[in-house]
Design a protein around this ligand. Structure first.
Ligand code: 1PX
Length: 215
């Protein structure tokens, strides 16, 4: 039916959100960044409840950013650049140890930003992998090269177990709801450079302000 079609995840949503992320002068719009993550979480939710603990964490973080964006000081949160400037100038970030600002925009976005690097690596391996590749292995490789270093043992262990339950390559592509394998590969080829640019701009911004290690 039309309704179930509307609710069905489509990877194009994610692509479109990341396409809209960058302003002319390469600022990252929070609204679209958050929309990109929303789409990804929707995808994750279609994979089943074993991924619930991951999706819950991501949703919580998206929620925090949305409240800031829609809140009283929302005008300062329209871009990642303006958020960083505003929160740092007003001492709204715990820089060296956890303290009064456990849900600052800078801290929260940093967690998603680190996960975005995992996504970039994972999508790139999906794009180039052979038909008989195992998504669980691709996913674990991407995770071990990126996000895992920020996670304690127990989270790494749980993530590793969840990866084993990922559907195979074809089922995975079907859930992406893009079309044929060729179309999926083409769309990934479009999405990856966009995600990669957003990642790099954020990474440079955080490095410049020395906030890549916010606790
Ligand atoms: C077409 C393919 C698209 C695939 C989309 C999948 C979207 C996945 C979204 C994952 C978002 C993960 C956010 C994790 C943020 C994080 O690192 N949080 C930790 C630190 O936060 P804290 O506030 O405590 O400092 C937090 O401790 C995390 C806990 C949950 C476990 C996170 C495991 C992350 C694994 C990432 C890979 C997801 C695998 C999905 C398979 C498709």
């Amino acid at each position: 039916s039309v309704t179930s079609d509307d609710q069905k995840f489509c990877f194009k949503e994610v692509l479109d959100a990341f396409r809209l992320c960058l302003s002319e002068n390469k600022e990252v719009y929070m609204e679209h960044y958050v929309a990109g993550w929303r789409g990804l979480v929707k995808f994750l939710n279609t994979l089943g409840s074993v991924f619930g603990f991951i999706s819950k964490d991501a949703v919580g973080k998206v929620q925090i950013l949305v409240s800031l964006l829609k809140g009283e000081d929302g005008s300062h949160y329209s871009t990642i650049q303006s958020m960083v400037k505003y929160e740092l100038e007003n001492q709204l970030v715990d820089l060296t140890k956890a303290g009064a600002h456990p849900t600052s925009g800078c801290r929260t976005l940093l967690r998603l930003h680190r996960a975005l690097r995992w996504l970039e690596l994972f999508l790139d391996s999906l794009r180039t992998c052979s038909e008989d590749s195992k998504t669980s292995v691709l996913c674990a490789d991407a995770y071990n090269k990126s996000l895992s270093k920020f996670h304690p043992w127990v989270v790494r262990k749980a993530a590793g177990m969840a990866f084993c339950l990922l559907p195979g390559r074809q089922a995975f592509f079907d859930v992406m709801n893009v079309g044929t394998t060729e179309q999926v590969v083409a769309m990934l080829g479009e999405a990856i450079p966009l995600i990669s640019e957003v990642y790099q701009i954020t990474e440079d911004l955080y490095a410049q302000h020395n906030i890549l290690d916010i606790p």
